[in-house]
Write a protein that binds this ligand. Structure first.
Ligand code: ADP
Ligand code: MG
Length: 404
């Protein structure tokens, strides 16, 4: 990927924007970019420098992302809406071509790393509530004030807010010893897409085999910090990032949006989508935070596709898809006229609250309250899902579970 049209290779100390920004170290990467910690010599602050691959389609995608980030910054002068702030953008010429660069406020680890940090056991419910409030404030702002659908909401694209000095960076270094760095060593061989797919598959497998994960990644278990203790000091505020797939609700263009596991039924069925598609992904994210595992991890099998498995998993947890939805659009391919799946006949029904008790050992009241919060967001009819604004009023967000 480090060739013409691809990533820009950066060395520590490299200057950008005529010396304004100095690269410090690599923090992450995505499909189209690498992200560096940089020092902003104008403001004397640390920033995140997102350097896009140079080929035309990546430059176009960056311009698209910048368009959204500019509106986001414009509408939120006090920077209080839980969405990442664009500070600057410019072009950088390198041996692989011209790269669009975005300068973003510096944030901490992603929620995916936080989940890994719990060894896929999930985060205490009181902390899940704090995180959910931030995400909802961000979504409410995007949806109601700006008319933007994020389209790729998931733990990886939500970053913890960090008020910590990045040169010391205790959050990251506290997490690093027990976690493989998601960005580590994956920059050569295979396309990034492939790597991401593989990572997701690996996650799904690990989610099932928690025990082997502990054996594989723990190394010296003695040095591992106690999970609950170490999370105690971490500020649970966070922000929504990655507007590479965002769209205006009044001009959606792609049919297929969202990362597989967070994809809503209306997107799978090709029946059109709006803000409520983000609400579905939000619910999947909240479930994952609380349990440590993907809510839906569909796989294709003998005689059925990944889409069909996904729909089956949804029906097992949430009940039957309403007739109206099972008969419109692409649904005819999957459902018979009774609204049953054609190729997956036997479903193991397990309502969400029971599932939380049986599989994740939630106590009855936690399970009931949490599923009362989640289920409306997972309505098969997109227009029936609560909006982010309505969801912010839900009593679950202000409950407090005693942790003694
Ligand atoms: P992509 O669109 O290529 O997926 P993202 O915007 O999701 O790019 O960024 C990729 C990764 O870089 C993130 O998952 C995160 O690890 C890191 N990152 C992105 N933005 C920031 C930021 N503002 N502060 C700190 N790290 C960031
Ligand atoms: Mg991303």
């Amino acid at each position: 990927s480090y060739r013409k049209g691809g990533y820009h290779a950066v060395r520590i100390g490299d200057p950008f924007a005529a010396g304004r920004y100095i690269a410090q170290r690599k923090m992450g990467w995505g499909h189209f970019s690498t992200v560096w910690l940089a020092y902003d010599t104008h403001s004397s602050k640390y920033v995140a420098l997102k350097i896009q691959k140079s080929a035309e389609q990546f430059a176009e995608a960056a311009l698209h992302e910048i368009e959204f980030l500019l509106s986001i910054a414009d509408g939120d002068p006090s920077n209080s809406k839980c969405v990442v702030r664009l500070i600057d953008h410019f072009k950088h010429n390198g041996p692989n071509g011209q790269h669009l660069c975005m300068v973003l406020e510096f944030l901490g680890d992603s929620l995916l790393r936080l989940i890994k940090f719990t060894r896929y056991k999930g985060i205490e419910l009181n902390k899940v509530r704090e995180i959910c409030k931030c995400i909802l404030i961000g979504l409410d702002y995007l949806h109601r004030e700006l008319g933007i659908i994020h389209s790729d909401l998931k733990p990886e694209n939500i970053l913890l807010f960090s008020t910590i000095d990045p040169t010391k960076d205790p959050v990251r270094s506290a997490l690093t010893p027990i976690l493989e760095r998601p960005e580590g060593g994956a920059l050569n061989g295979g396309s990034t897409m492939n790597i991401i797919e593989k990572k997701l598959k690996r996650r799904a497998r690990r989610a099932v085999a928690n025990i082997s994960l502990r054996r594989v990644s723990m190394g010296g278990a003695a040095e591992a910090p106690k999970v609950t203790k170490s999370l105690d000091g971490i500020d649970m505020r966070c922000k929504v990032v990655d507007f590479g797939n965002a769209c205006w609700a009044d001009k959606t263009f792609a049919d297929e949006i969202q990362t597989r596991q967070y994809r809503s039924p209306e997107v799978i069925l090709g029946s059109g989508y709006s803000f409520s598609a983000d609400m579905w992904s939000f619910a999947c994210t909240a479930f994952e935070l609380a349990t440590g595992e993907l809510m839906f991890a569909p796989k294709s099998g003998q005689g059925f596709s990944e889409d069909e498995d996904h729909l089956a998993l949804m029906m097992e947890l949430l009940g039957k898809i309403p007739r109206k939805i099972a008969t419109g659009g692409r649904s005819k391919d999957y459902f018979d006229r009774h609204g049953d799946l054609k190729r997956i006949r036997r479903l193991k029904l397990r309502p969400l609250d029971r599932y939380l008790v049986d599989k994740y050992k939630f106590c009855e009241s936690d399970a009931r309250e949490f599923s009362e919060f989640l289920c409306p967001l997972l309505d098969f009819s997109p227009e029936k899902r609560p909006t982010a604004q309505q969801c912010l009023q839900h009593p679950w967000l202000n409950l407090k579970t005693s942790t003694v």
